[in-house]
Ligand binder design. Structure first.
Ligand SMILES: Nc1ncnc2c1ncn2[C@@H]1O[C@H](COP(=O)(O)OP(=O)(O)OP(=O)(O)O)[C@@H](O)[C@H]1O
Ligand SMILES: [Mg+2]
Length: 468
């Protein structure tokens, strides 16, 4: 994924020892890269300017100008795609080699050359270069503000979602956004609002969880003066406040049944009645409901009104989980890295190949939110120029280690079964619940949604597990 005009990786060898130069050329070509040889620094510089290599492997001592001079000229003379430089030096000139590192060489190796070290050094430099190019590509994306209303994504799944948002925004009627925790449902709701004709109106969001039924009702629909103790004055509800705009009902699954009925009525005839009032009000508000639970399953279990579900579901959107977004993981990692590094005033240029690999293999049950938090944490803990695995949370490192150790292929990573003592289904269930709870860092809401059971059921299971 380089930004270069040429596709293949080019390595220029600047070495006056013909035999060594040829050996290195073979070594480089065996690794699948293109190689060329120059025997002097002067020729090397000319080749660098015309052939545009990604990396220059240069001897320090050369006839005429030396490797250090070449390095300096390359760094001052080439602004775009400056090649990286690897210095090779004879034993005894280590002080000079250190000087070359200070002047910007990526690495130095001493003669006699250990080919294994040579290969490692080259692949490390090229990987770092790839990351740097990736980040600069991402930086231009950031500069160009190429996000779709704050959402970054290039994967087919996200491009399809953006397209759906544009279409749905222009239509009328309620919208249902479903998707796992942290997939950006709130951003989707805002995007719908911003793409719609009611952008001039307000965008309000209210969380249906954790508010008592009674309060929720007056909160939503407002109340008349004297409607209940303490209600001395009439008050507008959120529906009225959102007039002419969009109202996001977050965690719609948690809405108490009586309110579900009122909401359905509102959706059908566009009217609400404040608590304690006998007059109905006509309102014009786009309703968007969001949930990270399987609403259809809740309907089947009798925990959510079927008619309301069908009314909401007319325009329904699915925010895809991070693991279904392909390369977006790299993109988002880079975006968050740049954002947090600049916010925290840190010079971080890349993520090590190893750390990147770990992120790629991790499942991210908490999706974009979890990735964002992970990168923020890494940036805080990182005091070098590169994020490495030790900057990633133990949870992620552990998860991958577990995945690597032998576990039954039928079970998720992290649950091990000893063939000599096959556990009962109940025992496996207990272990699995425990596994999921660790994966989500004890977040019961998230655990319940992954396990596909109600939160109350989860509480009960956990209590049972705690009993001796
Ligand atoms: N595509 C994206 N690009 C950049 N940031 C994103 C993207 N998607 C989500 N985020 C960020 O991830 C975090 C979680 O997003 P959001 O709160 O919208 O998730 P959610 O689906 O509502 O989660 P929950 O179900 O837990 O309420 C926010 O900080 C949001 O800005
Ligand atoms: Mg949310």
């Amino acid at each position: 994924m380089t930004t270069h005009a040429h596709q293949e990786t080019r390595i220029l060898i600047v070495e006056d020892d013909q035999g060594l130069a040829q050996l290195l050329q073979e070594e480089i070509e065996d690794a699948g890269f293109k190689a060329r040889i120059s025997h002097t620094a002067e020729n090397g510089l000319a080749a660098a300017q015309t052939w545009m290599p990604d990396l220059i492997v240069s001897d320090l001592r050369l006839p005429g100008a030396d490797g250090l001079a070449l390095l300096r000229q390359i760094q001052s003379g080439m602004s775009e795609n400056t090649p990286d430089v690897l210095i090779i030096t004879a034993f005894g000139t280590v002080a000079k080699a250190v000087e070359s590192l200070k002047a910007g060489a990526e690495d130095f190796l001493t003669k006699p050359l250990d080919l294994e070290h040579f290969r490692l050094s080259i692949s490390r430099i090229l990987e770092k270069r790839r990351m740097r190019e990736e980040l600069s590509r991402i930086r231009t994306l950031l500069d160009a503000d190429s996000a779709f209303h704050g959402m970054y994504g290039r994967s087919p799944a996200m491009l399809a979602l953006f397209q759906q948002i544009r279409q749905i925004a222009r239509a009328d009627g309620p919208v249902l956004i479903q998707g796992e925790s942290g997939t950006g449902k709130e951003l989707v709701a805002r995007a719908i609002h911003e793409e719609s004709d009611s952008t001039a109106g307000p965008f309000l969001a209210v969380n249906c969880a954790g508010i008592s039924e009674h309060l929720l009702e007056s909160e939503f629909f407002g109340h008349a003066a004297g409607a209940f103790t303490g209600a001395t004055k009439a008050r507008q509800g959120i529906f009225t406040e959102a007039e002419g705009g969009t109202l996001l009902l977050d965690e719609i699954s948690e809405m108490p049944a009586p309110l579900q009925a009122k909401l359905l009525r509102m959706l059908q005839d566009g009217r609400i009645r404040p608590v304690g009032s006998n007059r109905e009000q006509q309102i014009n508000v786009r309703i968007i409901a969001a949930t990270n639970r399987d609403l259809e399953a809740l309907v089947q279990a009798g925990d959510f009104r079927e008619d309301l579900f069908y009314r909401l579901e007319t325009f329904s959107l699915q925010a895809p989980p991070l693991r279904e977004r392909g390369n977006d993981l790299d993109l988002l990692t880079g975006i968050f890295l740049l954002q947090f590094a600049s916010a925290l005033n840190k010079q971080i240029e890349s993520i090590s190949a190893h750390a990147n690999d770990l992120l790629t293999r991790y499942r991210f049950p908490g999706n974009i939110r979890e990735l964002r938090n992970t990168i923020e944490r890494a940036v805080v803990f990182c005091h070098e120029r590169e994020i490495r695995i030790e900057h990633l949370p133990p949870r992620i490192r552990r998860d991958i280690e577990n995945a690597q150790s032998k576990s039954s292929p039928l079970l998720p990573n992290g649950i091990q079964i000893d063939n000599n003592s096959l556990p009962s289904l109940e025992e496996v269930e207990r272990r699995y619940i425990r596994h999921v709870m660790t994966m989500v860092n004890g977040n019961k809401r998230l655990a319940a949604s992954i396990l596909g059971i109600g939160r109350r059921t989860l509480y009960r299971r956990i209590e049972e597990m705690l009993q001796p």
